[in-house]
Design a protein around this ligand. Structure first.
Ligand SMILES: Nc1ncnc2c1ncn2[C@@H]1O[C@H](COP(=O)(O)OP(=O)(O)OP(=O)(O)O)[C@@H](O)[C@H]1O
Ligand SMILES: Nc1ncnc2c1ncn2[C@@H]1O[C@H](COP(=O)(O)OP(=O)(O)OP(=O)(O)O)[C@@H](O)[C@H]1O
Ligand SMILES: [Mg+2]
Ligand SMILES: [Mg+2]
Lengths: 165, 165, 165, 165
């Protein structure tokens, strides 16, 4: 069991560094045992050094930066222990356009082997979808499904969903 | 293996029976504020055996049953059915389609079904765990939770990795 | 001091209801003393009934709905006790387009008597600005100001900021 | 009365002296993730006497001094000056322009100035409080904090209203 954990941990650690560098376009990050002498009960420490910046405590990172570090960890865990399904509810809310693009790329790769159900308001993420479900609420407080047609591509290359009630 | 269909009836804002279909790859769920998108994520977790009402933004069973609106009286029960496409046998059970169903009544009573047969919660949990699907792990990231892993204490963060393992 | 608090409280309570109804286009909300017999130490309870829906515990509200209820409370406090300055950091992150419009309207009214410094990624909010400051980061990790020109009005009536390095 | 100018030097990511000018009405602060927008909000609070390092995403004084980057060595001190336009005498002090300045050194020492004269932190706090400007109240809503008031226990929520009072 101990070896099992350490093997998984080593894999997650290297995958975390890989996805961190993909999402930040460089830099370095590590996932370490707080107590390497006692792997059985040790906690896990995360350090992040963004490109151009110095290593920083997680609390001082910006909202968008924290989202990306978290997403890197999430994808690392999924990479080490593939699950068939993943539900993400507005994980992209704090991402600017450039970071949304990087997030999309990784989502695209992962979606080959994992099904993603992504709740989002982010146009970039919506563009990445293979299919779209629209949820509406009737005047009397009842949720319902509405079909969504993509409005073609506008000047920014962004598909605009159009609700068909 | 992927989540193919989700049927929600009487669960939270889905007073009317609603069927959602998902494909492989990325499905985006979109719509205005308060229409029921996060309730869809809650429905998936709930059907798969989620026991923490708090993580479903409620405090007791009754809270997930449609409570009525200005135009419609409250429901007596909530039912959610999740159907998985299982031809690759990811879930070690000899069915190409696996339907997990949960029903709850205002009495607080919960019932679980697997392909139509009544089972215990434990049977659902065991089956999903054998497919590496752990609700506590990284399978569902709820709204506002994206950077939760960063705020955890190192010891709790370690548990997160073990859950996925 | 007791009377002072009760006078302020009564004003905040009515203003909260007013801004709630403006932000939700109807419905009702109240701010009540948990213990009216003991105003000196009583806590404050919030209840919200959105248009078309029944009264709901705050935890069950959606992300965008919670933001609006909070904003209504904030504006109510500002209305009862005007402050000259208010700094808002991404309070509009969870708002869809329709709610962003309503938020903008109230911001517009308040901005007559209060100065707002609003950090935002929300295009609707940016449109509401009387002036815009752009913040960039150099390759060597140092923040700097950049001037921002509004790119005119695109097809959606949205002004698009263009960074001028 | 409004915040007219903010000068940041050596505070967090603002290694180089940066002057930001604000007008009445609404000023939007925009830019990509991690560039320093929230650091601007932190600078305003810090200059106005914020004592909770935690609310500034740090743990001790040193954390708000520019810590160096891949291209620039760390700073020895941080200084922020906030200049208020005070012709309406909102702040009961006989100056049309009120400049509050705070400086911190790596030793942990903090210095405060009011229109150039060295004062105590208490003097700054008293002056601002007399103008109804309370850091603890609704003057600054930080990133991720928009619905904090809803998550508070009723007793703590009451304190929030009293702070503004
Ligand atoms: N038991 C229930 N009965 C009726 N309505 C409910 C029930 N539980 C939750 N709701 C309603 O569901 C709505 C919230 O839905 P949900 O959280 O799914 O919104 P959302 O689409 O995710 O919105 P957002 O984009 O703002 O996150 C609330 O208005 C709430 O009142
Ligand atoms: N003492 C310091 N020295 C150097 N850099 C710092 C210091 N404190 C914070 N930073 C850096 O400032 C950046 C965060 O800035 P900030 O939170 O203002 O971003 P932001 O513009 O609000 O981004 P977002 O849109 O993602 O919220 C981080 O990259 C962090 O490393
Ligand atoms: Mg939601
Ligand atoms: Mg920020």
């Amino acid at each position: 069991v101990q070896d099992e954990f350490m093997r998984t941990f080593d894999l997650i650690r290297s995958e975390f560094r890989k996805y961190f560098r993909m999402l930040f376009g460089g830099g370095d990050a590590s996932l370490e045992l707080t107590d390497p002498e006692d792997p059985a009960t040790s906690g896990l420490e995360i350090t992040a050094k963004l490109p151009g910046k110095r290593a920083q405590r997680l609390e001082a990172l910006s909202g968008g930066e924290r989202s990306l570090v978290s997403v890197a960890l999430l994808f690392a865990m999924f990479s080490a222990r593939p699950g068939p399904i993943c539900v993400l509810d507005e994980v992209d809310a704090a991402l600017d356009e450039a970071n949304t693009e990087r997030f999309r790329h990784i989502l695209h790769d992962f979606a080959q082997r994992t099904q993603f159900i992504v709740i989002t308001h982010n146009p970039g993420t919506i563009e990445e979808a293979d299919s779209i479900l629209g949820v509406s609420m009737s005047a009397n407080g009842v949720s319902e499904l509405v079909s969504v047609r993509m409005n073609g591509v506008d000047g920014n290359g962004a598909a605009a969903p159009v609700e068909i009630p | 293996m992927y989540l193919r269909e989700l049927e929600i009836h009487g669960f939270k804002s889905f007073a009317r029976k609603t069927k959602l279909e998902f494909g492989t790859g990325v499905t985006a769920v979109i719509g205005p504020n308060g229409t029921g998108k996060s309730n869809v994520a809650d429905a998936i977790r709930w059907a798969m055996g989620e026991q923490s009402m708090r993580s479903l933004r409620g405090s007791r069973t009754e809270d997930v049953i449609f409570g009525g609106s200005s135009g419609r009286s409250r429901s007596g029960m909530a039912q959610v059915t999740v159907t998985f496409e299982n031809s690759d046998n990811w879930l070690p059970i000899d069915f190409d389609k696996v339907g997990i169903s949960r029903r709850a009544y205002r009495s607080g009573e919960n019932e679980y079904r697997l392909n139509g047969s009544t089972v215990r919660l434990k049977d659902i949990q065991d089956l999903l765990r054998s497919g590496g699907i752990a609700l506590g792990g990284s399978m569902v990231i709820g709204q506002g939770e994206v950077d939760a892993a960063l705020s955890l204490r190192p010891e709790h963060r370690r548990l997160l990795l073990e859950e996925g393992a």
